[in-house]
Design a protein around this ligand. Sequence first.
Ligand code: UD1
Ligand code: CA
Length: 450
Amino acid sequence: MSTDAVATVILAAGKGTRMKSALPKVMHAIGGRPMVQHVLATAAALDAEKQVVVVGPDMADVAGAVAPWDTAVQENQLGTGDAVLAARSLLAGFTGTVLVLYGDTPLIRTETLRAMIAKRAETGAAVVVLGFRPDEPGGYGRLVTAPDGSLDAIVEAKEATPEQLEIDLCNSGVMAIDGAAMFDLLDAVGNDNAKGEYYLTDIVEIARSRQMRGAYIEAEEAELLGVNSRADLAVAESVLQGWLREAAMAGGATLTAPETVFFSWDTRLGQDVIVGPHVFFGPGVTVDDTAEIRAYSHLEGAHVKSSAQVGPYARLRPGAVLEAGSRVGNFVEIKNAVLGEGAKANHLSYIGDADVGAGANIGAGTITCNYDGYLKWRTKIGAGAFIGSNSALVAPITVGDGAIVGAGSTITRDVEPDALGVTRADQEEIPGAAKRFREHRAAMKKNQSK
Ligand code: UD1
Ligand code: CA
């Protein structure tokens, strides 16, 4: 193993009582994915070779969300030092840099972790701590630094002297530690302190007493936001949304009203994409170059290809694929369906489990009846077909290339290419009947009001 290898220990054993939730705290999502997965992805971007998430007992569902990375169980919450020790067997023999991270601090950036690793390489420090200067240092641990810029100790607020409490440089908790020394240092940590806990922070002084060095770097407070409550979760979401909006615009998309557009962590927008006001992107959406998403549209699991147009007020659900130049208009829902090149579904339709050919026109109010109460069935609409307004296509069904379905039809049998399929009661006409009806009713009303 090279000495520049990276592993992480992500602490997540806290119960998160203040979330008032049946879900472990780190499973709560921002930007459409659980907080713990944000942290794992941030470290994975550094090519971390091992990642261990430390969970409490009864947090089996976290293991599933974390896979293929590992979880280790901390049986009793005896403090942050004890929590890192839970990863011991999984990190046996690891001599690179161990990053200690937190599952409830999801906004930490890869560049910051990279800077910590660089600081360790540059100073030879056994422990590099990430510091920050919060508006209210309050209960945070304080970084006690030396004139040469190294780190002497971290004192917890509860153990700090009044002078130490004046220090505004605080411990975020995030550390980069020499993997070859880490478990020896942790073994020396005791719990003779105000909280009776094993403090991870004690390893800084222990390292110094063994002629090793401590160092620190600083980061912005926003990145170190810890989530303890639903209100904190909403703040983290809004910080993340701000970053995602900036990234979308930096990548060449126009957002008419960026503060009203919501992204998921994996939303991909191409160049010259235009996104109108109040658009929501759930997970798994890709929008290719020059496509336009108009106001009040809701998309998830969809691929909108180049120069296609969506909305206003459209809903694209998982499996929706809009081929180049196709259009989906207001109050149209598309699910698990491909809309071919240049095809249009402009008004009031449900297109589910369908393949719509290139250039087809889906009239207003068309419904693919894809579900019989037990199973889902597919509808195939050929290239250049024309589906008249207010038609019901009862799947499984195929409407051939170039076929026409007459408006108001309920189609239950396949329509051959270039044929006209129509199901409609014959129209009758009774001359003068409307006029006679009006006269009759007007007379009735007059008698009643007497
Ligand atoms: C810790 C730091 C403090 C720092 C602060 C930043 C220590 C001793 N103190 O304090 O210097 O300013 O974080 O937020 O490290 N956890 C476990 N198992 C445990 C204990 C904690 O997994 O046994 C996890 C918790 O889920 C939590 C994190 O570690 O996410 C921090 O623990 P917490 O008890 O909140 O530490 P603080 O007292 O806030
Ligand atoms: Ca805390």
